[in-house]
Design a protein around this ligand. Structure first.
Ligand code: EPU
Length: 304
């Protein structure tokens, strides 16, 4: 969203092992780091954010597991080393490190003609966030294709592989509390490349029509409410019906395309965004009786 201040300490590990070392080193100093993925669903307060931020943007590899191997060996590999051990054609797994981007993974699957990730087309962000938050939308969720997740246990500092059966993903929640996602193994279905491509293009086009995808935003601000309480209306529709699309604070404005998006027109501050979120919640509560809950993540120094 391009608001907010600076990190006091910013660490940029180059592989999952370095991330683990960075985490444990900070913990030894009594600091629990924050993990910054793509920042696509995040609003950070203005000023200096105290503490340690570990950014995952260098952990961006997407690999195919080597022939006959358990993918747990893939976390220290590089794509170059994989070129000599091509996997069998019917092994439709991809190993994505946490800093790989969602668009990058969708692109990789599309190139291979593998199906299952089309519903993530047009969703910004990285695989760590997609796993932790079960990113997705109307055409599917990330956890539809997750086979296992490599995590760092926040308390013990130990790395574990969680098979899907041990996880409890739900709407916009991958059930990863207490863990840092280091990477995810997805298993995709056979498909015809032109069909996968066609679905990806269709979803992208629809998305561009209804969401301000090229503007600076943090995605949907609110969770969709329980339909039985909102008369089946989504958060965006409720905001529109209540007149919320006319609201703004400084350069933070409610998108005219979609009522559940706040966009930064250029010089918004985080404070503008926080105030506008509260204005919208008050308005919707007053006009419709629905209490909207915030979906975006918010980072404040005082939270630690
Ligand atoms: N609508 C309006 N006015 C608006 C916005 C929406 O009338 O200003 C109507 C639409 O016409 C549609 C309905 O409300 O009939 C639902 O809107 P939409 O299809 O855009 O879906 P959504 O429920 O608002 C969800 C996800 C999005 C995801 C889309 C598409 C949530 C909170 N949002 O939005 O995810 O991109 O489906 O799959 O679950 C996000 O998580 O950040 C996000 C943007």
């Amino acid at each position: 969203m391009r608001v907010g201040g600076r990190a006091e300490w910013l660490l940029e590990p180059a592989n999952p092992e370095e991330l683990v070392r960075a985490w444990n080193a900070a913990r030894e100093l009594g600091i629990t780091p924050r993990i910054l993925g793509g920042g696509a669903n995040l609003v950070i307060e203005d000023g200096v954010l105290e503490g340690v931020v570990i950014a995952t943007s260098r952990l961006r590899y997407i690999l195919r597991p080597a022939a006959g191997e358990d993918p747990s060996g893939e976390w220290t590999r590089t794509p170059e080393s994989l070129q000599h051990t091509p996997p069998p054609a019917d092994d439709r797994r991809l190993v994505a490190w946490c800093g790989a981007t969602i668009p990058g993974l969708v692109r990789a699957a599309t190139e291979l003609g593998w199906s299952g990730l089309e519903g993530l087309a047009g969703v910004p962000g990285q695989i760590g966030g997609a796993t932790a938050m079960n990113a997705g939308g109307r055409w599917g969720d990330f956890w539809d294709v997750v086979e296992s997740v490599r995590v760092l246990d926040c308390d013990s500092g130990v790395v574990r592989d969680l098979p899907r059966a041990e996880c409890r993903p739900s709407y916009r929640d991958g059930g990863m509390r207490g863990f840092v996602v280091l990477g995810t193994v997805v298993r995709l279905a056979p498909g015809a490349k032109h069909e996968v491509q066609a679905r990806v293009s269709e979803y992208l086009q629809t998305k561009r029509r209804v969401q301000p995808v090229t503007e600076w935003s943090a995605g949907c601000i609110f969770k969709n409410p329980d339909p039985s309480k909102s008369g089946g209306r989504s958060a965006g529709k409720l905001v529109e019906d209540c007149g919320g699309k006319q609201l703004s604070r400084g350069d933070a404005v409610v998108s005219s395309l979609h009522g559940n998006f706040i966009v930064n027109r250029g010089h918004a501050s985080a404070a503008d965004v926080f105030t506008l979120i509260e204005d919208l919640r008050d308005l919707v509560r007053e006009k419709s009786g629905v209490d909207l809950s915030v979906e975006v993540k918010v980072w404040r120094s005082s939270d630690r």
